[in-house]
Design a protein around this ligand. Structure first.
Ligand code: MN
Length: 491
């Protein structure tokens, strides 16, 4: 676990955590690269970020001459996510489950760093360094903004992330999947009103993770962030509408989703490693941009590691919660990398009875419509290792007996093999029987492999040790086994 850095603008007794404090943690542990000044927002920032996606965050000063720097790759894998929440990697999912169960309501403040600078004349590409990411994206996209919307009737807020295409100086095309923001927007549109929203860029990882929680509509995700951070998030009212936004964010774009307006959006490179198609979609008109002095712009490369990991953790936590409600034998779940951290689920169980894995598979299909393939494995299989999962399928699974297929179910619209989001589901029970013969499913093991002290048994300088042995002419240990006849082992 990494020591938490102190933010420069920290007030009060608790270290406040924001994007800057996380960047300081990364810098303090040599996990941040700094690019030379002036790289291009078109392709180049994404290229560097993508190249370093497994090893380092990257900070880009003065991209295309902009005063505001860009940062990417806040997470390279799940251990970084755990680090950002201050927990060991093994406790990551249970920490997130706990935050969903016990949210901490946010508080409202009137004075906020994010409103230090206010623009009311809007020119998005001039005022903000917005990159273009994948090669065939339609243009620059805001990809790491929390979209905060108010329920038009109750005022309860919803937080989610959407791809946002820059369509004009003060115009943004937005993809709303059929979830909570979409529902709020339909409520507003039915009475001919625009939906008040804010796009919040540059927040602590806890806020980004919380936005991805699979929770009921009208459960404000920012309250989940409060529990993850350990204190209520401070929110401030926007300058041009009633939406409340995190006071310590870097940048806020205030606006409205317009009723009865649809304009072309896309293509855009997405998490399944394909382009989401161009189509007529909802449109945001921008009323104001507010930001900190010396603000930082966070971007996420579509389909990159950060994108995959960000969606993975909250989905795993939600799936684990869903499964454990009915199946106490379920111990852990993983949305595997090869399955785009969305479609393929590995479930580890402490199997108690025959047949149970198939019930668990059916429950997993119902847990999220994105789930397309489920493999259930035993406790001795490492679900972080794709080779281990495949080994379980290779040696504990029989297709004629352990395979389940459901066709014509709801799936992901971004899966190009699905037809308009209609998809088949496949479940594999790769567990061994509860009762087995003693050696039947016994995994081989070399005694001492985990504990042997290599410093004790190996030569320090293998090259000279090797040369010494090879230079000897018959009197060395190498020759010895030839003289001492070892009896062949009887088979
Ligand atoms: Mn929601």
């Amino acid at each position: 676990m990494t020591a938490m850095a102190i933010t420069p603008n920290m007030t009060g007794h608790n270290a406040r955590r924001d994007l800057r404090s996380w960047l300081q943690v990364l810098a303090g542990t040599d996990r941040i690269a700094v690019a030379r000044s002036g790289l291009s927002l078109t392709d180049e920032i994404a290229a560097v970020s993508k190249r370093l996606e497994n090893e380092a965050a990257v900070l880009f000063p003065t991209p295309d001459g902009h005063a505001i720097p860009v940062v990417a790759n806040l997470f390279a894998d799940r251990s970084w996510v755990a680090d950002s929440l201050g927990v060991p990697t093994e406790s990551l999912l249970s920490r997130f489950q706990d935050a969903v169960r016990h949210p901490t309501p946010w508080t409202e403040v009137s004075d906020a760093p994010v409103q230090e600078v206010i623009h009311r004349e809007i020119d998005l590409l001039r005022q903000l360094p917005i990159p273009k990411h994948n090669e065939l994206d339609s243009g620059p996209y805001i990809t790491a903004a929390l979209l905060i919307a108010r329920n038009p009737t109750t005022g309860v807020q919803n937080v989610s992330i959407h791809r946002c295409q820059v369509s004009g100086p003060d115009r943004i095309g937005v993809l709303l999947l059929p979830r909570h923001t979409h529902h709020y927007f339909r409520m507003a549109e039915q009475v001919g009103a625009a939906l008040e929203i804010a796009l919040v860029i540059g927040v602590h990882p806890a806020c980004i993770l919380a936005s991805q929680a699979i929770v009921a509509i009208d459960q404000d995700e920012m309250n989940i962030a409060g529990t993850l951070l350990g204190y209520p998030v401070e929110m401030v009212k926007c300058k041009t509408n009633r939406v409340r936004v995190p006071a310590h964010a870097e940048i806020v774009i205030e606006g409205r989703i317009l009723p009865q307006v649809r304009e072309p959006e896309g293509p855009f490179g997405e998490f399944p490693q394909y382009y989401g198609a161009r189509a007529n979609r909802e449109v945001i008109t921008v009323d104001a941009i507010t930001h900190r002095r010396h603000a930082i712009f966070h971007t996420i490369v579509g389909g990159g590691m950060e994108h995959l990991v960000l969606g993975e953790i909250p989905r795993e936590a939600s799936m684990l919660e869903h499964l454990q409600r009915n199946f106490p034998s379920v111990r852990d779940v993983r949305l595997t990398r090869g399955g785009t951290c969305r479609y393929h689920l590995a479930i580890k169980i402490d199997k108690a009875s025959e047949g149970e894995p198939k019930n668990i598979i059916m429950a997993a299909f119902g847990g999220h419509y994105d789930i397309k393939q489920v493999v259930v494995v035993d406790m001795d299989v490492d679900i972080d290792d794709p080779n281990e999962i495949e080994w379980a399928v290779a040696t504990r699974f029989q297709a004629g007996r352990d395979l389940m297929i459901v066709s014509g179910a709801q799936g992901s619209k971004l899966d190009p093999s699905a037809h308009a989001g209609i998809s088949a589901k496949m479940g594999l029970d790769a567990t061994k029987p509860v009762k087995t013969e003693p050696l039947e499913f016994k995994r081989i093991h070399v005694k001492g492999v985990e504990t042997i002290d290599l410093d004790r048994v190996l030569e320090r300088d293998p090259r000279s040790a090797f040369n010494r042995l090879m230079a000897d002419d018959g009197s060395s240990e190498l020759a010895a086994p030839v003289q001492t006849k070892t009896p062949r082992q009887e088979v």
